[in-house]
Structures are given as structure tokens and as C-alpha cells.
Ligand binder design. Structure first.
Ligand code: GN1
Ligand code: MG
Length: 362
């Protein structure tokens, strides 16, 4: 089936003129469906990667639950802007939230939110603050759901202990014959493993609660208005039970980085403290009243854990021969690993300042 035929399987309104590639994400494929009927919206058609997401119906069930929940709350606070400030899932013509094509691919359609901005990175503390406030507001809106109300779409997704076991496994197998190139990286990862298990251990002890979390809070997953105010959190694929540290940590990882996620020039990669403070301020302005003091204290570790965990995940994929992330060239996962490790190291050197910032803002 071609894209137009697939688009025709959904209950969209108006007439769809064409489908354009829509960039973004390492996992799914997205197309913008352009509507040529005045007064009707464009749509976003996405193929959900079912190699990564093994249970797409469960993922969509989570997404429907959370979207309905967020929409109901948004309607109270912003009655005139509900469709800009929350996602709208367009069902398939048979009423399901997705369409499965004859080749076994899963598709979904969302209403396209017009006139938005996306930032892959920024040096503007106001954007950091706004993005964090928007993620924090999302966390706060989900506070009254029980973690068990959503299903686990990727088991052990942010489980650091599991990620380290996975690395050991990939080292042992060395299927792509790349182990000899990454000795230094592995040594560093091992030297930091104790500290990086802090959050895992707090969770195991029950000192921090499971919540319904987003689990992919990179800054490019917030849509901004054209006046750079946060609008809406997108990419709900990884909604599942998790700790608040995930949603703080991935924001810090992507937002405070003065370089790119895959910067080959490590001199450009560092954790900017001013952006860190702005992000923490925005996040806590939305969540101060709902987080426990143990959760707030754990945020400091989250800012280091997420670059570190991402490095381990890229490293595993490099050793496995690039089977998970889309890569632009054969060394891409290695370059990504090194950039994320540099970010971790730089963050670690500023840990005392970060502790002070979190304490002041808590
Ligand atoms: C993947 O596809 P995308 O860009 O939304 C990954 C995240 C990583 C991110 C790194 C399901 O997200 O966990 O943090 O790449 N998603 C999954 O940029 O593995
Ligand atoms: Mg994602």
C-alpha cells in the first residue's frame, strides 16, 4: 500500500492533497498529510516501528488513555486552545486507534499542530525554562493516574542495571568485531557504574514511586508557540510506569548540551549550568508541590544518569552492529557514544553546583 492509501484508512476530514516526509526521531517514520480543504487541519501520519515497540496495540492504548487525560485537564485551563495544547488521535475508519497494513506495519494519525517551533538545542535560558515547565506540567497532569493504569511497552527501558547487563552481553558476543575500538569507553562506563545505579536502587527500595512517565523528554519533544512559549508535549510512544527522574534527566541531557547529541567535536560538548538552572527551575515550578523530597534530591543524579545511559545504549548498538538506531554512517553510534560520555564527564565535574541549584529550587 502506498502512503495515500494508508492515509485513506483513517477518519480524517477534508481532502488530503499530498503526503510530505516529516523529519524527526530515530525510530518511527512520519509524514505530514496536507489538507486542501479550507478549514480542515493537516495531519501527521506515523509508522510505529514494531521492531522496537513489540506491542503497538498496548502502546496505542497507553497513548489514548494519557491523551484523553491530558485533554480533559487542558480543556479546563485553556478551553479555546485544546487542540494546540494536547494531541488528538484520529481513529482509523474501523474505530481502532491504529491501522495495521497487510505487510504488518502499524500506522497512526494525529492532528497536525500548526505554527509551532521545535528546538533540537538552544542557548536561550527562557526556552529551557519554558520547555521544562511544559514537561513538568505534563508530569503534574498525570500525577493522579496510578502507574499500573498504563502498560509497559519496553521492559527495562530506563533500568540502568539492565543496560549494564546488556553491555556485558554485547561485549561478550562482539558480533560486529568492534570491541577493540571501544576499550577506553568501556573502562569509563565501568568506573562510573556504582554512582549511576543510585536511582535504580532508590526505586528498588521503594524510596521513589513509580508514576506514569513520558520517558523520552528530549527538548525536541516539546512544541513551542511562535512566541517561544511551551505548547504541548509530543511523542507519547514510551509512556509507561517510570520514575520522575527519567523525565527530568532526558531533558537535562538534551537541553544543557552545548554541542550536538552526536557531536564529533568533543570540545563543543559540555553541560551548560545556566541552562541547567533554567531547566530545573521550569520543571520544579510545575512539579514542586507534587514531588517528594527524595524525588527532588534524586534529580541531581538524573542529570548525569541520562547522558550516561544514552551512551551505554549507543555503545551497545555499536557493538551489536547498528540494529536499533537509524545511523547515517558506520561510526555514527560510536560518535554518539563519545559525545554522551563527554557530556556525562562534564556534568560530573559540576555536580556540586548542580546539587546547590536543585536544593535552592526545591
Ligand atoms: C530514540 O526515536 P526518538 O528520537 O524519539 C529513543 C530514545 C533515545 C533517543 C536518543 C524508543 O528516540 O530513548 O533517548 O532516540 N527511543 C526509543 O535521541 O528507544
Ligand atoms: Mg521517542
Amino acid at each position: 500500500m502506498n502512503i495515500e492509501e494508508i492515509a485513506g484508512k483513517f477518519a480524517t476530514e477534508g481532502s488530503i492533497d499530498k503526503a510530505k516526509d516529516h523529519a524527526g526521531g530515530h525510530i518511527n517514520d512520519s509524514y505530514r498529510l496536507v489538507n486542501n480543504t479550507p478549514g480542515h487541519p493537516d495531519y501527521l501520519l506515523q509508522r510505529v516501528n514494531h521492531f522496537v515497540f513489540k506491542d503497538v496495540p498496548l502502546l496505542m492504548q497507553n497513548m489514548v488513555l494519557v491523551t484523553d487525560h491530558v485533554k480533559a485537564k487542558t480543556r479546563i485551563n485553556y478551553p479555546d486552545e485544546v487542540d494546540r495544547r494536547s494531541l488528538t488521535i484520529i481513529p482509523a475508519t474501523d474505530g481502532k486507534s491504529y491501522f495495521k497494513d497487510p505487510d504488518g506495519n502499524f500506522w497512526r494519525v494525529l492532528r497536525f499542530i500548526e505554527d509551532h517551533l521545535v528546538f533540537e538545542s538552544t542557548t536561550d535560558p527562557d526556552i529551557a525554562y519554558e520547555g521544562a515547565k511544559t514537561f513538568g506540567a505534563f508530569t503534574a497532569m498525570l500525577n493522579d493516574l496510578q502507574a499500573g493504569e498504563v502498560g509497559t511497552v519496553i521492559p527495562d527501558f530506563h533500568n540502568m542495571k539492565y543496560r549494564l547487563t546488556q553491555l556485558k552481553d554485547s561485549i561478550r558476543k562482539d558480533v560486529a568485531g568492534r570491541l577493540k575500538e571501544v576499550k577506553k569507553e568501556i573502562e569509563y562506563v565501568e568506573s562510573r557504574s556504582r554512582m549511576m545505579l543510585t536511582i535504580h536502587e532508590l526505586g528498588e527500595k521503594g524510596a521513589i514511586p513509580l508514576r506514569v512517565t513520558h520517558n523520552d523528554t528530549k527538548i525536541s519533544n516539546v512544541l513551542f508557540d511562535t512566541d517561544k512559549k511551551g505548547l504541548c508535549v509530543i511523542d507519547l510512544d514510551t509512556i509507561q510506569p517510570g520514575y520522575v527522574t527519567s523525565d527530568f534527566g532526558d531533558g537535562i541531557r538534551t537541553l544543557t548540551n552545548t554541542g550536538e547529541e552526536d557531536d564529533a567535536n568533543l570540545d563543543r560538548v559540555s553541560m551548560n549550568l545556566e541552562l541547567y538552572e533554567a531547566f530545573a527551575n521550569g520543571f520544579l515550578d510545575s512539579t514542586r508541590d507534587i514531588l517528594s523530597s527524595t524525588e527532588k534530591d534524586a534529580l541531581v543524579y538524573a542529570g548525569l544518569l541520562f547522558p550516561y545511559m544514552q551512551a551505554v545504549r549507543f555503545l551497545v548498538d555499536y557493538l551489536d552492529g547498528d540494529t536499533y538506531y537509524k545511523v547515517k554512517h558506520p561510526e555514527h553510534n560510536l560518535v554518539r557514544t563519545r559525545a554522551q560520555l563527554k557530556l556525562t564527564q562534564d556534568g560530573e565535574s559540576q555536580m556540586e553546583d548542580m546539587k546547590r541549584i536543585i536544593k535552592n529550587l526545591s
